[in-house]
Design a protein around this ligand. Structure first.
Ligand SMILES: Nc1ncnc2c1ncn2[C@@H]1O[C@H](COP(=O)(O)OP(=O)(O)O)[C@@H](O)[C@H]1O
Ligand SMILES: [Mg+2]
Length: 518
């Protein structure tokens, strides 16, 4: 007999939805008291597997053991009785009720509290919050709480029902980085108290930070369970994507040409006259990816706004393709620069508009696409179809609303449009933010392709992995100044970090001169 005590054992689990085989012969075991992560790309079958464990779905075949006992997980109520709790991606709370009332609603019958003893409900909620470290005001109305706090209520609800095994489905998707860190603290504490945690995520950084074991799912199958201490980010990514080439370096070809975008000593102030950009100077050449690296909030947003014409510069100049565009209105700058914004879903897309209209937005006035006063839909349609094809955008035709596509495919619309604008300068902000590994890889490939074709690429990124994967040259921005010009081959992530936090600067930065640009 093994010494290991398994809280959960799932054996040969299969589940089909019509023709879709969401889970195929999955074997999955979780040790008592551990934090076990399930990772996998969208659609890999993670939620399905956990809904089966929670009794919300019945498997087509397979067996489940809880603490060594074989069980039939016929319903969520049965799972709750067996000490399993699940926090779904979408919360199931009553907004007009208080925190404590919502916690009580989680019970199969509120009987535990007799004829609803108000004082007892609030005492119980307070005690649970203290014990678990999930700080919350039991009297607050749930409708007034932030998403992060509502999630706490969901977790407390599960704990209140006596959950010893807690399943969390992509809990950090709705949290800020700070809230995520706080959640991980709580999860570690619960695990130390002997509770078993199953955490679904596709963020590998989180996995490496909190998990003891990691199970990788790919296209409905498990690729096995790994011990955190014996694996790494790369191995996990390769398993998730199923291509050993997944993280081979992207091949760069071609030579660097002339400077297509020149930013010369620009200074800009925000609406309260605070100086947000101080003498910022750099050139981006044809066939080059220049990255502005930095901790968020050090002037990156203002720099992009100044380049696109939303924020006037107080001094200095911006030259694109040899033309001074410093005073050019926003719409005319579109002829020089394409732009992939960070929040692609809100500023990059008209969600109510069709896939077709989103893919040609900003381009519909092209003379070759016009028939007199009207758009030549036969021509734009062909262009749109070729983009849908080339970028593998999953959609039921180009006439449907962009809102009906998945998040990843909505992002692809913006990427496809901006990368086919016909401009030689591309500005990309945080391309990997909010997308899974496969989509990130795809976007990175497209950026490198454009670079190899001779475009000048300005990349704004806070993600060091991305900075090292893409940059030809790195400029670090700190408090509105460029404080370092670095080569990705000659700097370590640690040293780059020192520049990003202002602990290190190249000589002569604080004054009027950028300096150091070799
Ligand atoms: N209720 C359902 N009906 C039909 N297909 C479903 C249903 N739930 C999930 N699927 C399909 O099963 C596959 C796995 O989905 P899911 O378990 O949600 O993946 P993940 O959580 O890893 O993103 C996907 O192809 C999805 O479209
Ligand atoms: Mg899911």
């Amino acid at each position: 007999m093994s010494e290991n005590i398994y809280a959960v054992e799932m054996e040969d689990i299969c589940k089909s939805f019509g023709a879709v085989r969401a889970n195929r012969n999955i074997n999955f075991r979780v040790l008592k008291g551990e934090i076990h992560a399930i990772v996998g790309e969208n659609g890999a079958g993670k939620t399905t597997l956990m809904n089966i464990l929670f009794g919300a779905l019945q498997p087509t075949s397979g067996r489940i053991r809880i603490n060594g006992q074989e069980v039939t997980m016929s319903s969520p109520n049965k799972a709750i009785r067996l000490g399993i709790g699940m926090v779904h991606q979408h919360f199931e709370l009553v907004p007009s009720f208080t925190v404590a009332e919502n916690i009580m609603l989680g019970h199969e019958s509120a009987g535990k509290f007799g004829a609803v003893d108000k004082a007892e409900i609030y005492r119980h909620a307070k005690e649970l919050a203290e014990e678990s470290g999930l700080k919350i005001d039991p009297y607050a109305k749930v409708g007034t709480l932030s998403v992060g706090l509502r999630q706490r209520v969901e977790i407390l609800k599960a704990l209140s029902c006596g959950a010893q095994i807690l399943i969390l489905d992509e809990p950090t998707a709705v949290l800020t980085p700070n809230e995520s860190d706080e959640l991980f603290e709580v999860l570690r504490r619960m695990s130390a108290q002997g509770k078993t945690i199953i955490l679904i995520t596709h963020k590998l950084k989180e996995v490496m930070a909190v998990a003891d074991h990691i199970t990788v799912l790919r296209q409905g199958e498990t690729c096995g369970t790994l011990e955190k201490a014996k694996t790494n980010h790369m191995e996990l990514a390769a398993l998730m994507m199923g291509k050993s080439a997944a993280f081979s370096p992207l091949e760069k070809t071609g030579t660097t040409g002339e400077a297509l975008l020149r930013v010369d000593h620009i200074t800009a102030r925000d609406s309260s006259r605070l100086e947000k950009l101080k003498n910022v100077t750099f050139d981006v050449h044809a066939g080059q990816i220049l990255t502005i690296a930095g901790v968020e909030g050090n002037g990156q947003t203002e720099l992009v706004s100044a380049l696109l014409g939303f924020l006037p510069v107080a001094s200095g100049s911006i030259t694109a393709l040899g033309t001074d565009i410093t005073k050019l209105p926003v719409k005319d700058r579109r002829n020089y620069c394409s732009y992939i914004p960070e929040d692609r879903m809100t500023t990059g897309l008209d969600l109510a508009g069709s896939v077709h209209d989103n893919l040609i937005a900003g381009l519909h006035n092209r003379p070759e696409w016009r028939k007199g006063a009207f758009i030549d839909y036969a021509k734009t349609g062909r262009h749109v179809d070729s983009l849908i094809d080339a970028y593998a955008i999953k959609t039921d035709g180009s006439g449907i609303a962009a809102s009906s596509l998945s998040g990843g495919n909505q992002q692809k619309i913006v990427v496809a449009r901006e990368m086919n604008f016909g401009t030689k300068i591309l500005i990309v902000s945080q391309p990997s933010r909010g997308v899974d590994i496969g989509a990130t890889r795809f976007i990175h490939e497209q950026i490198i392709r454009m670079r190899n074709e001779g475009c000048a690429i300005l990349l704004i990124s806070t993600d060091l992995d991305e900075v090292f994967a893409l940059s030809d040259e790195i400029k670090v921005i700190f408090e509105g100044s460029i404080v370092g010009t670095l080569s990705p081959d000659a700097v370590t992530p640690q040293e780059l970090g020192l520049y990003m936090t202002g602990a290190k600067k190249m000589e002569g930065v604080s004054g009027t001169q950028e300096g150091g640009a070799a």
